[in-house]
Design a protein around this ligand. Structure first.
Ligand SMILES: [Zn+2]
Length: 566
């Protein structure tokens, strides 16, 4: 059914025949690790620089970052990096990628605060982070940029307008259309319509929920759900959610204030993000309501709300440790209630499943979005909202971003409904540069691309980070730890075995491996008994051995732990 075809005359301002290139450096068909380069002659700008979270089979890997190989011999052409909003899958790779590029980073106030905190946490200088206001314009080489506000699950999210020699591009990263957003930031559809009337060449647009019909509901609907749960809770109330979801944290705070509960933020990224948001005025925290972790024991459980990081069950995260009975300050008891208010990305479904399982074993009251859909509202536009944006912008060409292949396909159907022809929609299956002139599109052959892994201590609660790609791993060697474990009681069921290849040689090897064996054994001695979470055990073993090997040899072999369940 073709019900709508945008009608407009597109006129190019300049010609000259040189095309603009768009290169999706975060990969294609990847929901996360957003990174796009726009290149015209020797002018390059980069939009976003995000991380992705590894699949379960990427052992020992904490993060995956974009491959910037395409940029390596063009670094001098890069004019700046612009970040659309403060989500890790849009700025989380900056600590690893920025040091190599060294160019200014531009974004809005809250996003800049979050970026600075993350860079500082990784000991990366923050002086090139430049704060913009929503109505500022920015000229970077031949590109003239302006911004407009959009609703999303973190304040200060933006759409980016890029005026280029071949025409106007709208880079519409994550957004939704929420007329009653918690933070008052409504998507500026007026601006988009205005741009549409002047003529838009290309719109790249968030397609994550293009396969969901209708509209995404308002974030405001969450608070009454939280409140209803809080009223029924006789013990501690534990909330977990994505730590950048500042608007939802505000709603949890509102509930705590109403119910007379003290609030404690737990987990490194939760503490960092809420501190930044509070300092910059994006969180309204009633005075005296927040307490330190050490103070938790001073209050009765029914006077406490704990807001924790680890909603996806990341190994080593605060909530995962609490669920395993191994957090220093937070114990989760049968009488407590845990609310998991976050839908996992596909790659995190399994680890969130482990978290839910471990919490269920404790027997506490548990609410999570898969069991109660009212507990989570997406920050992304569904089909009708996407159609509205496209109809207002009336771009000549469209490119879905931030979705998997399923959503890219759904987006194609939705755009066809609006009257777009197949050759007007850029759907890539590999990392291919796209060349655009004022009236033509050309998709170039794929460029070499591989995922780059960051492993070591990047995600959890420890600061130092080891960056390495596969080549590096082969240089540093491999250590395999074979652990026979009785998962019922969490004890070793036999002698662990440690095998190394390409790491250390000669007489030192026996001593080093002997000492490593003792470390592994002592970790199991510390386990208090009860069922063992295998993922967590693996994470702990790898973390401690990595530290030990580095101390002894100044090398970081890849450590693989194989758990044999007895
Ligand atoms: Zn986002």
């Amino acid at each position: 059914m073709k019900s709508f075809k945008p009608k407009f005359e597109y006129t190019s301002k300049t010609t000259g025949g040189q095309p603009l290139r768009l290169i999706p450096l975060g990969g294609v068909g990847d929901v996360t690790k957003n990174m796009y380069a726009y290149e015209y002659g020797n002018h390059i700008i980069i939009i976003d620089c995000g991380v992705s979270f590894p699949d379960d089979d990427m052992r020992g890997v904490d993060l995956v970052i974009p491959d910037i190989n395409y940029l390596r011999d063009k670094k001098q052409n890069i004019r700046g990096i612009i970040i659309t909003h403060g989500h890790d899958d849009h700025y989380g790779a900056l600590p690893y990628i920025w040091p190599e590029l060294g160019v200014p980073i531009y974004s809005q106030k809250l996003t800049c605060g979050l970026i600075r905190a993350k860079l500082a946490d990784n000991k990366v200088p923050t002086d090139r982070v430049k704060e913009l206001k929503i109505d500022d314009t920015l000229t970077l080489g031949v590109f003239k940029l302006s911004f407009y506000q959009v609703s999303h699950s973190v304040p200060d999210s933006t759409g980016i307008v890029i005026e280029t020699p071949v025409g106007t591009i709208i880079h519409q990263s994550d957004f939704k259309i929420d007329w009653s957003p918690v933070n008052g930031q409504v998507t500026d559809v007026g601006r988009v319509a205005e741009l549409g009337n002047k003529g838009v060449l290309l719109m790249t647009i968030d397609c994550l929920r293009s396969d969901r019909p209708g509209y995404t509901s308002s974030e405001k609907n969450i608070e009454p759900e939280f409140e209803a749960i809080a009223k029924q809770t006789t013990g501690k109330l534990v909330f977990t959610l994505i730590t950048s979801n500042i608007t939802r944290i505000q709603q949890a705070l509102n509930v705590a204030a109403k119910m007379g509960r003290k609030v404690c933020f737990v987990g490194r990224s939760m503490e960092n993000n809420t501190q930044v948001a509070r300092e910059l005025g994006y969180l309204d925290i009633p005075s005296g309501i927040v307490i330190a972790q050490e103070e938790l024991k001073r209050f009765a459980p029914n006077k406490l709300m704990v807001i924790m990081s680890g909603a996806f069950g990341q190994p080593g995260s605060a909530l995962m440790r609490a669920a395993n009975g191994e957090h220093k300050h937070v114990q989760i008891l049968k009488n407590d209630t845990v609310v998991v208010s976050a839908d996992p990305m596909p790659s995190a479904e399994m680890s969130q499943g482990v978290l839910i399982d471990n919490l269920s074993r404790i027997g506490c009251r548990l609410y999570y979005s898969a069991s109660d859909s009212a507990l989570h509202v997406s920050g992304h536009a569904a089909a009708e909202e996407i159609k509205l944006m496209i109809s207002l912008a009336k771009p000549k060409f469209l490119m879905p971003i931030g979705g998997g292949f399923k959503q890219i396909r759904a987006f194609g159907l939705l755009a066809a409904d609006l009257g777009y022809e197949e050759n007007e929609i850029i759907t890539l299956t590999e990392v291919q540069p796209v060349e655009i002139t004022s009236d033509k599109l050309k998709i170039l052959p794929p460029i070499p691309y591989q995922n780059v892994y960051v492993d070591g201590l990047g995600v959890g609660d420890v600061g130092s980070v080891v960056l390495r790609d596969r080549e590096h791993m082969s240089e540093e060697g491999v250590v395999v730890v074979v652990l026979p474990v009785d998962t019922q009681n969490g004890k070793l069921a036999g002698q662990p075995d440690i095998i190394s290849r390409g790491f250390v040689f000669g007489p030192d090897e026996t001593d080093l491996m002997g000492a490593a064996l003792e470390i592994v054994k002592s970790l199991f001695m510390e386990h208090k008994g009860g069922r063992l979470d295998v993922r967590y055990a693996r994470h702990e073993v790898e973390k401690h051995l990595e530290k030990f090997f580095f101390q002894e040899t100044k090398r970081k072999p890849l450590i693989l732990t194989v758990v044999m369940e007895a």
